[in-house]
Design a protein around this ligand. Structure first.
Ligand code: NAD
Length: 338
C-alpha cells in the first residue's frame, strides 16, 4: 500500500493559520491543560552542540511527543539554532522541522516547516503564563530582543493583556528595534530603545528574548507587582529570581538539564528549592494559584516544550487537508519486506 506524507513548506504553514495568535494561544493553553491531566508524553529534549568542546556554535534538539485526549497525535520536532545565522542575519537563528505520525499505523503523515510554529508557540507559552501571572490592568511592557521571538512576544502580550498600551522595545541593534516597532504601527505603541534599563524600569511586564549569554536585567529595575518573562536561559540576574514570589516554568524536568539556566544555577547553589518552582500546567489546571496579590513579583521562564509544536502542527495539518494545501510526497509505492 502506498504511503503518502503531506509536505508543508513555510507558506503552507502560514496559509493554514499559524499567524493567528488567538488560536495559537488557545492550542498552547490546551497543551498545558492536557499535560496537567497526564495526557501528554513529553520527555526532556535531547541536545548536542557543535563543534564538540567548550564553545559550540550550532545546537540541535530532538523533541519527541505524544499528545492524547481528543488530539491523539505522536510527533517530533527536530530543532536547531545557529550562532552563525544570528551574526550574519542571512538566515533565521532557529530553524526547525515538525513531523507528525499516525498513532495506529505509525506512518508519517506530515512534515512541515517548524520555524514559524516555534516562534508563535514560544511567545504563546509566555502569553498563557501572563494570562495567569501578569498584573491586572498591565499597561506597559518592557521587551528586550527585537528578533523573531521579540515579534511574536508583542503579538502574544497584546492578545492576552487587553489593557496594554505601550511596549518599550530594546535591542543591541537599535535599527532592528525601530523596524519591528514600525510593524506594529496602528496596532499598539512600540517605542524602540537601545537601553535595557530604560525599557524595563517601571514596566508592568518585562520580557527578555535575546541571544545574550550574560544577564542584563538588574533586580532594582523590576518594580513591585511586575511579571518577568525570561525566554532564554540567563538574561535576568540572580536577584530578579530571588525577588520573585512565584516562579513558574514550562518544564522543570527539562530546565534542570540546562546548566546555563539561572533558575537551575540557583537550585544547584542551594539558593532556591525545587518545590518553589511550579509548572505552568499546574497553574493552568488550578493545582497552584496564579497571581493573587497586586504587590508580588511573578516570574516565568521556559526552555520550550515539543508538545506545543505538535498540538499546533496537528491543527495546521488538519487545516491544510481541509484547504488543499501542501504537496504529497510518496514514502513508498509498495513497502518492501512487509
Ligand atoms: N524558551 C523557548 O521555548 C525558546 C524557543 C525559541 C527560542 N528561544 C530563545 O529565544 C531567544 C531569542 O530567539 P530569536 O529566535 O528571537 O533570536 P534572534 O536572533 O531572532 O533575536 C535575538 C535578538 O536579541 C538581540 N540581543 C542579543 N543580546 C542582546 C542584549 N544583551 N540586549 C539587547 N538585545 C540583545 C539581538 O540583537 C537580536 O535582535 C534565543 O535565546 C533562543 O534560544 C527560546
Amino acid at each position: 500500500m502506498k504511503t503518502e506524507i503531506l509536505f508543508m513548506q513555510q507558506e503552507d504553514v502560514i496559509a493554514a493559520g499559524i499567524l493567528d495568535m488567538k488560536k495559537v494561544l488557545e492550542l498552547v493553553e490546551k497543551a498545558f491543560y492536557l499535560e496537567g491531566q497526564k495526557e501528554i508524553i513529553n520527555p526532556p529534549k535531547t541536545v548536542f552542540g557543535i563543534p564538540i568542546g567548550e564553545n559550540p556554535q550550532s545546537h540541535f534538539f530532538s523533541m519527541p511527543v505524544y499528545i492524547g485526549g481528543d488530539v491523539n497525535r505522536p510527533g517530533i520536532k527536530w530543532a536547531a539554532e545557529s550562532m552563525a545565522n544570528a551574526k550574519t542575519g542571512n538566515l533565521p537563528m532557529g530553524i526547525d522541522m515538525v513531523i507528525l505520525s499516525d498513532p495506529v499505523t505509525v506512518q508519517p503523515v506530515a512534515i512541515m516547516d517548524g520555524m514559524v510554529i516555534t516562534a508563535m508557540r514560544t511567545a504563546a507559552a509566555a502569553g498563557v503564563a501572563a494570562k495567569y501571572l501578569a498584573p491586572k490592568n498591565a499597561k506597559v511592557a518592557g521587551c528586550v530582543g527585537a528578533g523573531v521571538i521579540g515579534r511574536t512576544m508583542i503579538m502574544a502580550l497584546k492578545q492576552v493583556l487587553p489593557s496594554l498600551e505601550q511596549v518599550k522595545l530594546c535591542d543591541l541593534d537599535l535599527e532592528k528595534a525601530k523596524k519591528l516597532a514600525a510593524e506594529f504601527e496602528g496596532e499598539i505603541e512600540v517605542i524602540p530603545l537601545d537601553s535595557v534599563e530604560e525599557a524595563v524600569t517601571g514596566a508592568d511586564v518585562i520580557a527578555t528574548m535575546t541571544t545574550s549569554r550574560k544577564p542584563f536585567v538588574k533586580a532594582e529595575w523590576v518594580k513591585t507587582g511586575a511579571m518577568v518573562i525570561q525566554m532564554s536561559s540567563w538574561e535576568v540576574e540572580a536577584g530578579v529570581v530571588k525577588k520573585a514570589e512565584k516562579i513558574v516554568v514550562d518544564s522543570w524536568d527539562q530546565m534542570k538539564e540546562n546548566n546555563l539556566s539561572i533558575i537551575n544555577k540557583l537550585v544547584q547553589s542551594g539558593d532556591l528549592a525545587e518545590k518553589d518552582i511550579w509548572a505552568l500546567n499546574e497553574v493552568v489546571c488550578s493545582k497552584k494559584p496564579g497571581r493573587d496579590k497586586d504587590n508580588e513579583i511573578t516570574l516565568f521562564s521556559s526552555r520550550g516544550m515539543g508538545c506545543l509544536d505538535i498540538i499546533i502542527g496537528d491543527y495546521l495539518y488538519k487545516e491544510a487537508v481541509k484547504k488543499g494545501l501542501g504537496k504529497k510526497l510518496v514514502l513508498w509505492d509498495e513497502a518492501k519486506w512487509v
